[in-house]
Design a protein around this ligand. Structure first.
Ligand code: MEV
Length: 425
C-alpha cells in the first residue's frame, strides 16, 4: 500500500487550478482520466442527464471545491464539496486544521440499517393485528430477503421488525417497520421493494387494508457520530472557548437558533452528499427530524469544556448515504469525488461526512462568537455582487475591493462603482 500523504496543504487557496489538482492527485492518487474529468467543463454528459430525470434540457453547474486538513480516524482525507455558498469550504478546512494536533476527528456509525414503513388500516382490533404480525417475523424475513438475494449475498438483508399502533383522527393504524441492513447502499429501492411486496401479506394476516409502503427518512438506525477536541491554545484561548460555549448553548435552549445552527452543519454535510451523487433531501429530512425527536427542535451537535479547558465538540445525526446505486454509481463526477475521498465502505464515508458537519459547525460558532460571520463572507460575496452588477475580468476584483472598502456590499453600489471604474478607463 502506498504511503498516505497529508491532507494538510497550506495555502491551497493560493494555488492555481492546475496546482490544486496536482496536490489532490498527490494525496488521493487520482488517475489522469479523473483529472481530465475534473478539468472538463462537461461534468455530466447530456445523455446521462436525460436518463437521470425527465424532460431534461441541460445540466446545472455548482462549484466543486476541496476541503483540506481533515484527519478522520487517523486517516488524512481530502473532502470534495459541491456548494454555491462562499466561505463553506474554507471554513471546514480551517476548523479541521485547528483540531489536527489533538488527533482530528473520531467517528462511528450505529449500523447500516434502513427502515421501511407499511401502513395497515381498517382494523377493529389493531393490537391483535400487531401481535399477529410480530408472530410471523421469520416469514417476513423470508419475503423481504427474497426480494434482494444479492443484498443478502453481500451480508445485508432483513434484520428486525417493529409494529406500532398509532391512534389517529381516522382510526387506529397499524404501522409495521421492517429494518433492513442495506450495507453500502442508501437502500431506498431495496426497502421500498420489500415493503411493497410484503404489504398485501400483512393485510391478509390481519384482515386490514394495506395503504402506504415507503421508507422512512428518519434513518435512526444509521446514526453517524463524530467528535473532536480543539485545544484552547489552537483557537485563541479560554475566552474563545467560553464564547463558543455560550454560542452553542443558545442553540440548546432556542429552536430559532437551533435551526440556524443545524443549517450551518448541513452546509458541510449536503455539500459532500451532493458531490458524491447522494440524495441531499433525504439527508436533510433525516437530520431535521432527528433534531426534533425529543419533542423540541434541538441542535445536532454539542460542546463541552474538557478537564484541560479545551473545547470538545460532538455530533450525531442520521446519514442515509450510499456508495453504490443511484446517481452515485452513474454520475462520473460523483465517482471521481469518491476516489478523492478514498473510502472503502459506507461506515468510513459516513464518519467523514459527520466530521465535515462538525467542522462546519465549529467554524460558524467560532466566527459568530468572535468577529461575526460577515467578515469572512464578504470577500467572496462582494465578488458575486460585482459579477451580478456586470463586472468582468479584472473589474470583478476592483469592484469587490471598493465595495469592501466602503463597507457597502450591495448591488446598487456595485453598479455605481463599476460605472466609475469604466468612466476612468
Ligand atoms: C450560514 O450559511 C450558516 C450559519 O448561519 C450557521 C450558524 O449560524 O451557525 C453561519
Amino acid at each position: 500500500m502506498s504511503e498516505q500523504k497529508s491532507s494538510r496543504i497550506g495555502g491551497f487557496y493560493k494555488l492555481s487550478r492546475e496546482e490544486r489538482l496536482d496536490a489532490v492527485k498527490d494525496v488521493s492518487g487520482l488517475a489522469q482520466e479523473d483529472l481530465d474529468r475534473l478539468l472538463s467543463t462537461e461534468s455530466l454528459p447530456f445523455e446521462l442527464a436525460d436518463r437521470l430525470v425527465e424532460n431534461a434540457v441541460s445540466s446545472f453547474g455548482v462549484p466543486l471545491g476541496i476541503a483540506t486538513n481533515m484527519l478522520v480516524d487517523g486517516r488524512d482525507v481530502l473532502v470534495p464539496m459541491a456548494t454555491e455558498e462562499s466561505s463553506v469550504i474554507a471554513a471546514a478546512s480551517n476548523a479541521a486544521r485547528q483540531c489536527r494536533d489533538s488527533g482530528g476527528f473520531h467517528t462511528s456509525l450505529s449500523a447500516t440499517e434502513m427502515i421501511a414503513q407499511i401502513q395497515v388500516l381498517g382494523l377493529s382490533d389493531p393490537w391483535a393485528g400487531r401481535a399477529k404480525i410480530l408472530e410471523r417475523k421469520s416469514e417476513i424475513a423470508q419475503i423481504c430477503n427474497g426480494c434482494d438475494p444479492m443484498l443478502v449475498k453481500l451480508g445485508g438483508g432483513f434484520r428486525d421488525l417493529q409494529v406500532r399502533v398509532l391512534p389517529s383522527s381516522r382510526g387506529s393504524m397499524v404501522v409495521t417497520h421492517i429494518i433492513v441492513d442495506t450495507k453500502d447502499a442508501m437502500g431506498a429501492n431495496a426497502v421500498n421493494t420489500m415493503a411493497e411486496r410484503l404489504a398485501p401479506t400483512l393485510a391478509s394476516w390481519t384482515g386490514g387494508r394495506h395503504h402506504l409502503r415507503i421508507l422512512s427518512n428518519l434513518a435512526d438506525r444509521r446514526l453517524a457520530r463524530a467528535r473532536a477536541v480543539w485545544p484552547k491554545d489552537a483557537i485563541g484561548g479560554t475566552e474563545i472557548v467560553d464564547a463558543m460555549l455560550d454560542a452553542a448553548e443558545f442553540a440548546e435552549v432556542d429552536p430559532y437558533r437551533a435551526a440556524t445552527h443545524n443549517k450551518g452543519i448541513m452546509n458541510g454535510i449536503s455539500s459532500v452528499a451532493l458531490a458524491t451523487g447522494n440524495d441531499t433531501r433525504a439527508i436533510e429530512a433525516g437530520a431535521h427530524a432527528y433534531a426534533a425527536t425529543s419533542g423540541a427542535y434541538r441542535p445536532l451537535s454539542h460542546y463541552e469544556k474538557t478537564a484541560e479547558g479545551d473545547l470538545a465538540g460532538s455530533i450525531e445525526l442520521p446519514l442515509a448515504l450510499g456508495l453504490v446505486g443511484g446517481a452515485t454509481k452513474v454520475h462520473p463526477m460523483a465517482q471521481v469525488c469518491l476516489k478523492i475521498l478514498g473510502v472503502q465502505n459506507v461506515v468510513e464515508f459516513s464518519g467523514i461526512v459527520a466530521a465535515v458537519g462538525l467542522a462546519q459547525n465549529f467554524a460558524a460558532l467560532k466566527a459568530l462568537a468572535t468577529v461575526g460571520i460577515q467578515k469572512g463572507h464578504m470577500t467572496l460575496h462582494a465578488q458575486n455582487v460585482a459579477i451580478a452588477a456586470g463586472a468582468t475580468g479584472e473589474e470583478i476584483a476592483q469592484v469587490a475591493a471598493e465595495l469592501a472598502r466602503r463597507g457597502e456590499v450591495r448591488g446598487d453600489v456595485a453598479e455605481t462603482v463599476l460605472a466609475e471604474i469604466r468612466a476612468k478607463t
